[in-house]
Design a protein around this ligand. Structure first.
Ligand SMILES: C[S@@+](CC[C@H](N)C(=O)[O-])C[C@H]1O[C@@H](n2cnc3c(N)ncnc32)[C@H](O)[C@@H]1O
Ligand code: SF4
Length: 486
């Protein structure tokens, strides 16, 4: 069995290889594309990641030998996979025809592939060689999935194939965390093994409980709408919280607010660990009568997955009433008892309504406004003869930017910050250029780079002052600004 962790709905996750460091140590790969790009990628891997074994090239039509390496037809992919010893096997798609290849792979039920942007091989090299600090990430952050698997952070899509640390039920879980090592990197750090002098300073423990949900989002990466399981890891979670004593405990489902056991557990944890800040991620589709309970249990609330800003769009996506979600968020913000973020999730059917979301969200004045995405490009064909999608996306970008620029003073007054995910930065061109030209540097964060700068500053000041567990210094930015809301 491959030690590969891939969500059922991987097509909606960003499957582009960001750095060569993301490939698991000692994994085997097949390079789909035996042209110039595929061969260049093989060379790059040979130079920078000699531990990665390139087993073969793959081609949709041909077979044979290129550069002394076998070219197998896509139909032989399964026998190639079967021939690998136990361990990780990944297909790296390195071709300008990646979209067609991706369709072929998906049609064949293949999910363990990553797309390599052939025009970015230099960037891949630079990223790998860049001096991102090495850190024992798993002594700062942990993520526990519904099935009890533990990872060093929540970014466990296909990009973190071999970063499973262990299972929450393992008797020696603390030892597994201490001894953990993997090839893993992101825009903020490269994971390294824990050293003898590394303190355990957990900023974030991120827990995914049962996937029971009131919504039927078609793009849900957790596939919550079809979940039928049961969940009971609360004893194990309690032990992990006692062990890690995180500054923030973030919890999501599915929908936590539908789950009595989860709510009872949070209440018990609040008693047991009064210093921990509790953070809920919810779709917010609840009656206002739920709000006192939410405020009693959670310091921070992310009202997320707003997938449409016209009632019919939201209903088609979720089966739910948009008004109810908006009222819930409005009331939470107005009462000022918890730090609130609101997040719009762009998918093809609703991306053009994102400006309407901003027109609502900015005057509302939550701590954070998020323009997230479900990897829109994975669902659409950008290159049709009439450039239908680029036109729609360009018009949407203009409408969004106009909302941001015209309402920037409102954001400043309210102390709100807008976060834009990496894909949206690129798609909508909410880039450094736009930010600088319009003097938005203090209120618009173009994804990970800006966020991680803040995160690191705050984390470092916490380490310097030796504080932990609720003694986190609020150095003007505030804890909630330092942590990923979603
Ligand atoms: C699985 S949901 C669970 C929490 C809650 N039910 C909600 O929707 O906010 C956790 C987060 O994942 C996001 N999400 C769900 N499907 C996604 C996808 N395909 N791509 C990106 N984010 C997604 C949601 O917007 C939400 O912020
Ligand atoms: S509300 Fe959240 S958990 Fe439920 S289906 Fe939508 S994204 Fe998934």
């Amino acid at each position: 069995m491959n030690d590969v962790y891939i969500h059922p709905g991987t097509v909606s996750i960003d499957k582009t290889l960001f750095s060569l460091a993301e490939l698991p140590c000692d994994c085997s790969v097949a390079i789909y594309g035996a042209g110039q790009s595929g061969r260049a990628l093989r060379k790059l891997l040979g130079g920078l990641r000699p531990d990665v074994r390139v087993l073969a090239f793959v081609d949709s039509f041909a077979s044979g030998v290129v550069d002394s390496l076998e070219v197998v037809n896509v139909k032989q992919l399964e026998s190639l996979r079967a021939s690998t010893e136990a361990g990780c096997f990944i297909i790296l798609v390195a071709s300008d025809f990646w979209a067609d290849i991706e369709t072929t792979l998906i049609e064949r039920g293949v999910r363990d592939y990553l797309l390599v942007d052939c025009h970015e091989l230099d960037a891949l090299r630079e990223r790998f060689l860049s001096d991102r600090p090495e850190k024992p990430c798993h002594y700062r952050e942990l993520f526990v999935r519904t099935n009890g698997d533990i990872f060093p952070c929540c970014d466990v899509g296909v990009r973190r194939l071999s970063t499973k640390i262990g299972h929450i039920g393992d008797a020696n879980v603390a030892e597994k965390i201490r001894n953990f090592n993997a090839c893993c990197s992101c825009s903020r750090s490269r994971l390294r093994r824990v050293g003898p002098d590394d303190p355990k300073r957990y900023v974030l423990l991120y827990i995914e409980v049962a996937l029971q949900c009131n919504s039927r989002c078609p793009m849900c990466y957790a596939d919550a709408p079809s979940w039928k399981g049961s969940y009971d890891y609360y004893e194990e979670l309690t032990r992990l919280v006692d062990e890690t004593r995180p500054i923030v405990l973030k919890i999501m489902g599915g929908e936590v607010l539908l789950q009595k056991k989860a709510l009872d557990w949070v209440a018990a944890m609040r008693q047991r660990h009064p210093d921990i800040k509790f953070f809920l991620v919810t779709n917010g589709n609840y009656p206002l009568s739920k709000i006192p309970l939410v405020e009693e249990l959670f310091h921070m609330v992310g009202v997320s997955t707003i997938v449409g800003f016209q009632p019919e769009t939201y209903k088609r996506m979720t089966g739910l009433d948009l008004k109810r979600t908006l009222r819930f968020a409005e009331e939470l913000v107005a009462r000022k008892k918890s730090a609130v973020a609101v997040a719009y999730l762009m998918t093809p059917i609703n991306l053009h309504e994102a400006n309407l979301f901003l027109r609502w969200a900015i005057p509302l004045g939550p701590r954070r406004i998020h323009l997230a995405d479900a990897n829109v490009e994975a669902y659409i064909e950008m290159g049709t003869w009439d450039l239908y999608w680029p036109k729609i996306i360009d018009r949407t970008a203009e409408a969004i930017k106009s909302e941001i620029v015209s309402r920037r003073e409102t954001m400043r007054r309210n102390g709100s910050v807008l976060w834009v995910t990496k894909n949206n930065v690129r798609l909508l061109r909410i880039d450094e250029d736009f930010i600088t030209t319009n003097d938005l540097g203090d209120i618009v964060m173009p994804s990970a780079g800006a966020y991680h700068t803040r995160f690191e500053e705050i984390f470092k000041s916490g380490l310097d002052s030796g504080s932990n567990n609720g003694l986190w210094p609020d150095n003007g930015l505030g804890l909630t600004d330092a942590l990923p809301f979603f």
